[in-house]
Write a protein that binds this ligand. Sequence first.
Ligand code: ADP
Ligand code: TRP
Length: 497
Amino acid sequence: MTNFEKLKMKIKEVKIICKILDVATESYSVDDHVRALGIKYTEAMSTLLFIADGKRKIILLRRDDRNVDLKKFKQILKANDLRFANEAEVKAFGFEVGLLTPFLLDSSFEIYVDQKTTEMNKVICGSTVLDKAIETTFSEVLKNLSSYQVIDVTIPNPKRQDQASIQRVLSGITPSGKGFHIGNYFGAVKEHIEMQNRIPETFYFIADLHALTTVKNKEVLEANIMSIVLDYLALGLDPKKSIFYRQSAVPGNSQLTVVLANYISYGQMKRMHAFKDKLQKGASVDSVNMGLFNYPILMAADILLYQPDGVPVGEDQRQHVELARDIAESFNHTYKQDIFKMPEPLIKEEKIARVVGTDGERKMSKSLGNTIEIFADPATVKKQIMSSYTDPNRVRATDPGKVEGNPIFLYHDLINDDKAEVADLKERYQQGKVGDVEVKEKLIIAHQRMFGAAQAKRKELENDLDTVRDIMADGAKRAQAVAAETLEKVYETIGLK
Ligand code: ADP
Ligand code: TRP
């Protein structure tokens, strides 16, 4: 009998009041289920299985907007060692990873219920099969637990709290150069693409007006724009799921910029880092390009016009999103109406947010020439990987090497989906049993595995530029519809209608 059949029997036998829900998903992850079911994280509950001191089977029921404080949990359990059960252990106890249910637990498990879980009314939890979930109430869940203990062991999970209320996100990327590198991908683009599946409305645009601060050559600008458009589409930006457009194609971006400039002071603008950086690099105040000085106002306009809840950006752009909030607040306050929504900057943890360059020192960046590109020809990618910095203290392949902080292994962690191979390479590297060349060659192969399909897709798109132009025209039309609505409201509010 399958677990799911057992579960159905139990439901009948114990008269558990519940509903079996169909979940339109192919992968098991809480994020996926929450999205597919259209529920909130505060309505989802996970049954987590831990192993304490190598033998105790610990179950924790947790509401999914919370993270487990492992240190605290360990103390409560008076355990020396506490970790998630691995796949083999979960299987040995008769379940599958990610497919546990509170209804089939027996007395061989020590069961803990996080206090926040007890606040749940509606509960959606796992069912032991991928595409079904159980909807019930917390008291029904309790009915089935032979014995349990309520503890206070979780802390808020900021990511899930944000996302629970985020309906619309927007982000832009400046076409100041050509060709995405893995820093762009893992720092920004990958998340943009994943958000398409998680967040109902995603707006992504090519900030071509912003590029004018540095690019003043027609052919170069045109080539940069097309290059970014193709890179994005090849990597999975789906114009059916996202509104994808060029900033300059929506006149409202420029129109709103002119209006918003009146709700911010020179003093505040002077503090913006794009401007300050320029001065620091030796430019005199008088020579600073006004496009650069006004850059944050244009950015505020291209955010506020679309009324997003969240703006996923790198840490370097936080100040600009905050300026957009200041401008929105000043405008709303002036007219005593909530015309603009306050956008939240959505910023990743530093650890994943910054990919180090092949010089092993600075952030990977086009202008520093320390990149591993995604769409360059194989010979270039090979050269970029082969010339990457590794462990400088390792002279011979037989010397034990350092894995921690070694850029080649950081790249393996990001790019190489063969985790067993990565673990093996790391182990041998530390023991002095593998040369840099082999580690790098495996990375080249992994790069091809991860990006090969995108490279092929890009070639296809290059041969069908008409379709690409249609996609952008359609995106601009849809963006314009949203922008026009806000602009209309703004003109009406200030007396220009
Ligand atoms: P570059 O520095 O190569 O010119 P951009 O400044 O155009 O790259 O950055 C485009 C996007 O990619 C931005 O959202 C930025 O935060 C992200 N990004 C760029 N370099 C990195 C990196 N090394 N690590 C993480 N994210 C990066
Ligand atoms: N200034 C951003 C960058 O250089 C690009 C950008 C322009 C942007 N407008 C935006 C990002 C609005 C987010 C939202 O990376």
